[in-house]
Write a protein of this length. Structure first.
Length: 181
């Protein structure tokens, strides 16, 4: 598979020792509770709300620009309680998406302009189409495709998707390189 090389201004991105590429224009609230396992990309104008609860990402997660990622919450006796958001390995979150799910498994693709409401569980190897709104507490099973407003099951993915998507995420990461001076 051939992926177009995209360059970034090395003055606009922080490249961490584990290989994360984080835009200086991203907003990481409560950075001490944002865990990046390595080799992930967080693009500009993305906000991650670690100040509300721990948010962890596996390896090779590609977070496109203008996203909001915040932990889910529940109301208990007139209080709002936020709890941890866990995002697995080899995931893509499309630009301008808002995520407040309970968990996202491995090999998950979320399209552009999606809203994943609080408490949703996205199991391994599923796909959310562009513009989908998943209602609160929705569970998406492995190898399923969801789309629409509200999001509902519209198809399934082949078992070969897992290897393809892993290679695709690695290739996206490797093709996002600093501009030469």
């Amino acid at each position: 598979m051939e992926i177009e090389t995209k360059t970034f201004d090395p003055n606009q991105y922080l490249v961490t020792k584990p290989g994360n590429k984080i835009s200086n224009k991203s907003i990481l609230r409560g950075s001490q509770r944002i865990i990046l396992s390595g080799k992930s990309i967080i693009k500009e104008n993305t906000m991650i709300r670690g100040d509300l609860a721990t948010t962890s990402f596996g390896k090779f997660c590609i977070i496109e620009k203008d996203c909001v990622i915040k932990p889910p919450y529940r109301r208990f006796q007139n209080q709002v309680v936020f709890y941890q958001l866990s995002i697995g390995n080899f995931n893509i979150i499309g630009e301008n998406s808002v995520i407040s799910s309970a968990s996202i498994g491995n090999f998950v693709e979320i399209g552009k302009n999606c809203i994943i409401e609080r408490g949703c569980i996205l199991k391994d190897c599923c796909k959310i189409l562009d513009g989908t709104i998943l209602p609160a507490e929705t569970v998406v099973a492995p190898y399923q495709i969801y789309g629409g407003k509200p999001g509902k099951l519209i198809g399934s993915l082949p078992e070969s998707r897992l290897e393809y998507f892993q290679d695709y995420c690695i290739e996206l990461y490797n093709s996002f390189i600093p501009k030469k001076k």
